[in-house]
Design a protein around this ligand. Structure first.
Ligand code: NAD
Length: 315
């Protein structure tokens, strides 16, 4: 019998454990279960995490488990599968990770899991689509981290260059979490001003400055992987925030990978779009008033993903 919020993590690698550490320090769950094919790694991580329990604000149970632990979980977070190697794109991971996700989700389904499935493994939009298909869950309950990390990177970089708090920078990256993602400049706001108004008021900035920020965002994962081998810390925080919006029923707007069925004129595709998250998962997709250029970027990104999904053989 569980007490309080229960999260299961599948995948105890650098992303899964970064997330687990943030769950421990944020007290968003009272029970945390970790599953991985590498049993020694899980046991070691569990020992290490449990040694921190006396130091956090609320009591918590952290233990290694198996798929039967998903039965009464509120959220299962999938961080299993390998990450990009230096120079690889996220789409290069499809052959290694698609079958892993199918097998994991099939195992979870056996235990009638009916909570929220949050996918972080890459290529995240495609793997979220596979997870949804094999989970039997409603589309509102299967969420990919999508472009939420890219959006956090963008807000940070805009804040750095303008010297305005990240809290007063609203700017979204949509589309594939990958090379075809794009910025939505048309609804970017810096201290309440549109980007055009901000540039008019601050002559040292122009549109090229912001375009170069976006290029840095797009290349961020390549840069981090080149320098330290993997990206894991910021994504850990992003996953905790997404869980918090869900568990605390926040109705918070964030771009995640969601199934589009008519929204933005897209159909049958998981892609990064603005969504309101609450205790039920995705309450709804919000349709921004995109410019023609932005809309075409979204359409092209979606076509790109669809052409890859078509070719996947999971048998
Ligand atoms: P990692 O290699 O450190 O860890 C992967 C873990 O998955 C390993 O512990 C491995 O044993 C486990 N695993 C493999 N197959 C499994 C299975 N069938 N069942 C259970 N566990 C299994 O990799 P990482 O750096 O933690 O990255 C994990 C994934 O997250 C990658 O696909 C990476 O690209 C992705 N990622 C996503 C984002 C994002 O923004 N969505 C950011 C960073 C990384």
């Amino acid at each position: 019998m569980k007490s309080g919020n229960k999260i299961v993590i599948v995948g105890a690698g650098s992303v899964g454990i970064s997330f687990a550490y943030q769950v421990l320090s944020s007290s968003i769950a009272q029970e945390l279960v970790i599953i991985d094919i590498d049993k020694d790694k899980v046991e070691g991580e569990i020992l290490d995490l449990n040694h921190g329990i006396a130091l956090v604000d609320a009591p918590m149970k952290i233990y290694s488990g198996n798929y039967s632990d998903c039965q009464d979980a509120d959220i299962v977070v999938i961080t299993a599968g390998r990450g990009q190697r230096n120079g690889e794109s996220r789409l290069d991971l499809i052959n290694s990770n698609a079958k892993i996700i199918k097998n994991i989700v099939t195992s979870i389904k056996k235990y009638n899991f009916n909570g929220i499935l949050l996918v972080a493994s890459n290529p995240v939009d495609i793997l979220t689509n596979i997870a949804w298909k094999y989970s039997g869950l409603d589309k509102s309950k299967v969420i990919g981290s999508g472009t939420s990390l890219d959006t956090a990177r963008m807000r940070y970089l805009i804040s750095e260059i303008t010297n305005i708090s990240t809290k007063n920078v609203h700017s979204y990256i949509l589309g594939e979490h990958g090379d075809s993602e794009f910025p939505v400049w048309s609804n970017t706001q810096i201290y309440g001003k549109t980007l055009d108004e901000f540039i008019k008021d601050n002559k040292e900035f122009n549109h090229n400055v912001f375009e170069s920020i976006f290029i840095s965002v797009k290349n961020a994962a390549y840069d981090v992987i080149r320098l330290k081998g993997a990206t894991n810390l910021a994504i850990g925080l992003v996953l905790v925030k997404l869980c918090k919006y869900i568990l605390q029923d926040e109705n918070y707007l964030v771009p995640v990978s969601a199934l589009c069925e008519g929204e933005y004129g897209l159909n049958n595709i998981h892609i990064g779009v603005p969504c309101i998250l609450n205790r039920n998962g995705i309450r709804n997709i919000v349709e921004f008033n995109l410019t023609n250029v932005e809309y075409n970027n979204l359409k092209n990104s979606s076509k790109n993903l669809a052409s890859i999904i078509e070719k996947i053989n999971l048998d």
